[in-house]
Design a protein around this ligand. Structure first.
Ligand code: ZN
Length: 242
């Protein structure tokens, strides 16, 4: 295990792209892993390559960016249960108070597969974009879940891996601010243009904050964070990012 070698769970969304930039900024070798799990909209996966290519051209990060791994889970998750991300179900809050976009076990599975790849590749750090601050209420994004996962994986694999979640205590405005700090306007533009958040897979409507339907919970979070960040930025009298 090499201490400053890392594996980033990279979906092609805003949060995981920011985490990938965060890892490239601090570690000497960074690989990525993406999962195919029967998600309704593969548009997010299609964003992965352009984002990787874009990151490689910022601040010499290309020399640090390593292999990309794709794990195809087929219909495993979709077959277990219908959620609004894997079936044509409505996005709503369920009786248990969870959004219908929750895919049970998803992040737990992702970390398990990622840890197996990291084990093979000798990568000590495993990085994910989970966030407990400004999130959709997914229980597998909680800090306690990730800490428990780290313990279970380290025991089960007899390694001392570190699961890192740089966005855990950042709201979406702080995530945009981190983006600018890591890679300046080039990185902000890359995230706006090429990452995807919208649950409906909308790539036709372009807003200041990127593409999306503008109405689903993921678009709502992304837009609200962008607007708070821009308001804070103008308050601090900094030069505009655009
Ligand atoms: Zn949307």
């Amino acid at each position: 295990m090499i201490d400053d070698h890392a594996l980033v769970l990279f979906s092609g969304g805003q949060d995981s792209a920011t985490c990938l930039a965060w890892a490239l900024d601090r570690y000497s070798h960074v690989e990525t892993v993406g999962f195919v799990y029967g998600q309704r909209h593969v548009v997010e996966l299609a964003c992965r390559e352009p984002v990787r290519a874009g990151l490689a051209s910022i601040r010499g990060w290309g020399a640090r960016l390593g292999a990309d791994h794709i794990v195809d889970l087929g219909q495993t998750l979709a077959g277990i249960g219908e959620t609004a991300l894997t079936a044509e179900a409505e996005i709503a809050i369920t009786d248990e108070g969870l959004p219908s976009t929750f895919v049970p076990g998803r992040n737990l599975l992702f970390f398990t597969y990622a840890a197996a790849i990291a084990w093979r590749r000798g990568l000590r750090r495993i990085i994910g974009g989970m966030c407990e601050t400004d999130y959709s209420g997914y229980p597998d994004c909680r800090d306690d879940t990730i800490k428990a996962m780290q313990l279970a994986l380290n025991l089960g694999l007899a390694r001392r891996s570190v699961l890192e979640t740089p966005l855990m205590w950042r709201d979406k405005a702080a995530t945009w601010a981190l983006t600018e700090r890591l890679g300046g306007t080039a990185l902000v533009s890359l995230i706006v243009e090429h990452t995807h958040s919208c649950y409906l897979g909308d790539r036709t409507h372009r807003h200041d904050w990127g593409y999306g339907c503008g109405a689903c919970p993921a678009c709502e979070l992304r837009r609200a964070g962008w607007e708070r960040w821009r308001a804070q930025a103008s308050h601090e009298d900094r030069p505009a990012a655009d």
